[in-house]
Ligand binder design. Structure first.
Ligand SMILES: *Cc1c(COP(=O)(O)O)cnc(C)c1O
Length: 378
């Protein structure tokens, strides 16, 4: 493929040094995944038949009873929420009255509130909050127990290991599942960015969560507009009756055959990847970047582990010896050629996450930091 669509459009490409940030396109699909998508696009199929085959394979390779491909993790959250309300009434979601939906409750820790939970808020059910987003009075099992009523449809749980940006104060996932399952209430887990490690694909549901949700467009390296939901067969029978291609709420979250097939290809590659070898590659690259600034009075390289999403994967921060200069560094990175996109780590350093980078891009970043160093030393 020689066509350069971005050049034709006059849109510059950027080196993504930030990690799997959606605002720069998350991750990059492999050629193998792209090929699967192109092949899917060429012919028509009956979507339900394709879904059945793909979901069975996804369930099997992620060691789950069931799986479902959506058009993003945020969409999957909405579908899972709607499915839990349908399950509570034992009726298809579109057959429920606004009043029935409005009085349904999804329990959420205040420590787990985040901008992605609009997916639940838009269900127009009640969000029943528990606990506080700090450690003054950590949430107890009783707090969850008392919040469960005859209207409770689900407990939402935001899974992010320590070191990530989640607030403290919530119950552990184990305790949450143990209380909820005593009442027959499904636990829906948002683990959108929690691969690596690949084991998260089966560990959370093995603990007893009904559904665990992942973004297809982050480290799984599937299509940007894809999401993966895995979990228990009984719960997924409600998901299948709620999600695309069912009319109703699922129809707004159309997932194409290209995404369905692309995500399968990506997950197949992900679970067979040697995570240890990739980790070692990242460590080596960070060590070599650090060596490149040995003896510098202006720049040092700091290894950061886990990364800001709490993933057990190292990233680095280029730390400059000028207080508060990170915005200027970001500007130098962004405005150079090639343009380098990343985030400020703090007032004087910027993150470089190897996760989305290739060797030659890492070389280009080190080279650019050297140039910025020269500018600052003048
Ligand atoms: C990225 C992310 C999402 C949304 O994922 P999409 O696949 O982009 O819809 C939801 N929750 C969390 C915690 C995320 O990091």
């Amino acid at each position: 493929m020689t066509r350069d669509i971005y050049k034709e459009l006059g849109v510059r490409t950027v080196i993504n040094a930030a990690g799997t940030y959606t605002m720069v396109g998350g991750s990059r699909m492999s050629e193998e995944t792209l090929e699967a998508m192109v092949s899917a696009a060429r012919n028509h199929v009956v979507i339900k038949e394709l879904q059945q085959k793909v979901h069975e394979r996804l369930a099997s390779i992620t060691r789950n009873e069931a799986a479902f491909v959506t058009n993003g993790a945020a969409a999957a959250l909405h579908i899972a929420g709607a499915s839990s309300i349908a399950k509570k009434y034992g009726r298809p979601y579109p057959s429920l009255s606004p009043e029935q939906i409005a009085k349904s409750e999804i329990i959420v820790h205040r420590a787990h509130r985040n901008p992605y939970d609009w997916s639940l808020r838009l269900l127009n059910c009640r969000i029943a909050e528990i606990g506080f987003p700090n450690m003054i009075l950590p949430t107890t099992e009783d707090d969850l127990e008392y919040a469960i009523t005859e209207n409770t449809a689900a407990v939402f749980y935001f899974f992010m290991p320590p070191g990530g940006w989640v607030a403290k104060g919530a119950l552990s996932l184990e305790a949450t599942i143990s209380v909820a399952s005593r009442h027959g209430i499904p636990v829906i887990v948002d683990a959108a960015a929690q691969v690596p490690p690949a084991e998260t694909l089966w560990k959370i549901t093995a603990m007893g969560a009904e559904a665990c949700i992942f973004s297809g467009g982050k480290d799984l390296r599937g299509p940007q507009a894809s999401g993966l939901m895995v979990g228990k067969k009984e719960f997924f029978s409600w998901v299948e009756r709620t999600a695309f291609p069912t009319y109703g709420v699922g129809r707004m979250f159309k997932v194409g055959r290209e995404e369905i097939v692309g995500l399968l290809a990506a997950v197949e590659q992900y679970v067979s990847m040697d995570g240890q070898e990739r980790l070692q590659w990242a460590e080596d690259r960070i060590a070599s970047a650090a060596r490149a600034f040995d003896g510098s009075t202006m720049v040092s390289v700091e290894r950061i582990y886990p990364n800001e999403a709490g993933q057990p994967f190292p990233q680095m921060a280029f730390r400059f010896n000028i207080p508060g200069c990170s915005e200027e560094v970001l500007r130098h990175l962004r405005e150079g050629d090639p343009s380098i996109f990343t985030m400020a780590a703090d007032g004087e350093s910027v993150f470089v996450n190897p996760m989305t980078l290739r060797d030659h891009e890492l070389d280009a970043i080190v080279e650019r930091v050297k140039e910025i160093e020269t500018v600052f030393l003048k």
